[in-house]
Design a protein around this ligand. Structure first.
Ligand code: EPZ
Length: 448
């Protein structure tokens, strides 16, 4: 995807050695898989640790590229980050040397922008590069900047950088967002914990990862709570203390493996994956006739035979939580290719999140992209292996699902996108019997 509008003028990632997944489809997945900690909780928790000079310890942190980038960014700021064991990180932000989040960090990972609120609130100034991130839309950060200004910050934008400062202390404020924004909510909340006075944020995102962040902030001594479903209120404190916290499971990874079992005709049990946060997704699966059973901390999936067309077509619309997560729309689209009938997709959150369906069509799916927000999928389609390319994290994982359901060999360029957000994804699939390997480009013959 080389559309110029998807690239910031100042951000054009240097070419890196493209990794390739090589997948031989057709094997029903069987066995158990453990779901890792949530990427979209862990990144914010690590940032929240900069609100105090005391040590914070995080468990169940996913070993993914985005966590590595966040840790590298924190260390570049002078923050001490230790990694005493797999999935365990300790952060101590005594004093920081240099309050600057450079282009390369922001370009690799949009979530680095979550450092704006805590660094501004704790140290009174920060220079942030305008983030890049996934190619799933323009993804501005204007709402984050508006929230900081509402809290009393002064922010100028020059040559791709936000120069932010808070003369004196931030002040509590009424923050009204025009639409739900997950990281906008989180940035405002983090900044408000050290602001002078009372802050009310609405509509506040309801995603479970936001509640995980609230739980950690409360352990740190912050006075923050969800007073109404879509309202978060904060009474600022002078300082916060260190705390320990275990990251909640990744509901998006869980949904991805549920669909892997469903499209491969397998029998898979997900461990450490409660159904609690997957209500809307499970409703879609029930409508489609996918057999799923929820345990206390597990999900069992019994897939229909591959190519049987046993699933029913279903209209799918994404929405802020508790609606269907936009991050589960790409994996669900793969499932819809195996359903009998016409399914209509309505992606309400991002304007470029359907483009990847073109790659799915090249594998034999019957897809029509109507506009930036709408598409239709007619099934069932026999998918066939070919060479495809990944544009973003969630589409990348979904192409693996399609390859598992397909006949023959699929090579998937851009595997590095997937490793941004899924811990050891090829190892987890191999553990379920999938025939997948990760290779450096140029070492694998592209299927005919
Ligand atoms: C978070 O992104 C997640 N990322 C996304 O997951 C997820 O898809 C999204 O929330 C769901 O809404 C992380 O948590 C790191 P938003 P975020 O602000 O916070 C517009 C993944 O694959 N908007 O909720 O950046 C925006 O363009 C990623 O893990 C503004 O206009 O998303 C979008 O249309 C992909 N101005 C809508 O709001 C702003 O300042 C919701 O975006 C901010 C957002």
């Amino acid at each position: 995807m080389t559309d110029a509008r998807l690239f910031h003028w100042e951000y054009n990632p240097p070419p890196i050695a493209h990794e390739v997944f090589r997948v031989e489809g057709g094997t029903p997945l069987r066995g158990e898989v453990t779901i890792s900690g949530a990427k979209n909780a862990a990144l914010k928790l690590l940032a929240a640790a900069t609100l105090t000079g005391e040590r914070c310890r995080f468990m169940n942190v996913p070993e993914i590229e985005d966590v590595r980038v966040m840790v590298e960014t924190l260390r570049d700021l002078g923050v001490v980050v230790d990694h005493p064991a797999p999935n365990v990180y300790e952060v101590a932000s005594g004093d920081v040397d240099w309050l600057f989040v450079p282009l390369e960090a922001a370009a690799k990972m949009r979530a680095s922008f979550i450092l704006l609120g805590p660094l501004l609130a704790r140290f009174g100034q920060v220079i942030m590069s305008n983030p890049g991130g996934d190619r799933i839309g323009r993804r501005p950060v204007n709402l984050h900047v508006d929230a900081m200004r509402a809290l009393g910050a002064e922010i100028d934008y020059r040559n791709g950088y936000y120069f932010a400062k808070a003369p004196g202390r931030l002040r509590g404020a009424e923050i009204r967002f025009p639409n739900v924004t997950v990281m906008g909510t989180e940035n405002a909340m983090l900044a408000a914990t050290l602001a002078d006075g009372h802050t009310v944020i609405r509509p506040a995102a309801l995603e479970p990862e936001v509640d995980d962040l609230i739980a950690m902030l409360q352990k740190m001594g912050a006075e923050v709570e969800r007073t109404y479903p879509d309202t978060i209120e904060v009474r600022g404190r002078r300082r916060l203390r260190g705390a320990n916290h275990s990251v909640i499971p990744d509901r998006i990874e869980a949904g991805t493996f549920v669909i892997a079992a469903a499209v491969s005709g397998g029998d898979v049990t997900l461990r450490g994956a409660p159904c609690d946060h997957l209500g809307a997704f499970l409703e879609v699966l029930a409508n489609m006739g996918v057999q799923v059973a929820c345990g206390a901390n597990s999900i069992e999936v019994h897939g229909a035979p591959r190519g049987s067309g046993a699933y029913r077509a279903c209209d799918v619309e994404t929405a802020p939580y508790p609606g269907l997560a936009t991050d589960l729309q790409p994996p669900t689209s793969v499932l819809l290719t195996q359903a009998t009938g016409t399914s209509r997709l309505y992606e309400t959150i991002f304007e470029d999140r359907l483009e990847w369906l073109g790659e799915l069509a090249r594998m034999g799916a019957s897809v029509e992209i109507i506009d930036e927000h709408h598409a239709t999928i007619v099934g069932p389609s026999r998918l066939r292996g070919t060479a495809v390319e990944i544009g973003d994290l969630r589409a990348g994982a979904s192409l693996i699902l399609a390859a598992l359901a397909a006949d023959g060999i699929t090579t998937i360029r851009g595997a590095h996108h997937v490793h941004r957000g899924y811990e050891n994804i090829e190892g987890k699939f191999i553990g379920l019997g999938a025939r997948i390997e990760r290779l450096a480009e140029g070492t694998v013959a592209t299927p005919a």
